[in-house]
Design a protein. Structure first.
Length: 81
């Protein structure tokens, strides 16, 4: 792991909300709301229905709910450390 990655990790781990300017918090809220809006709007796309159908058909323990179907995904594509 690079020194930059370690430094950024320490910075974020030690960061508290009080250290973030209110303008930064407002920008973050807008970004998060925009992300969810795009996520939900995209559920109507044909490509997303295909991904939803394919990932929703896995076997095993459910770990996540897929949008829009609500199918539970146990994940053959999970990330591991």
């Amino acid at each position: 792991m690079s020194a930059l990655t370690l430094d950024l990790g320490r910075f974020v781990a030690d960061l508290s909300l009080r250290q973030i300017p209110s303008e930064g918090c407002n920008i973050a809220r807008t970004g998060i709301a925009d992300c969810f809006g795009v996520l939900i709007a995209g559920t109507r796309d044909r490509e997303i229905a295909l991904i939803d159908r394919e990932l929703g058909s896995t076997f095993g323990a459910a770990l996540a709910s897929l949008i829009p179907s609500g199918a539970l995904f146990g994940g053959r594509y999970q990330c591991h450390n």
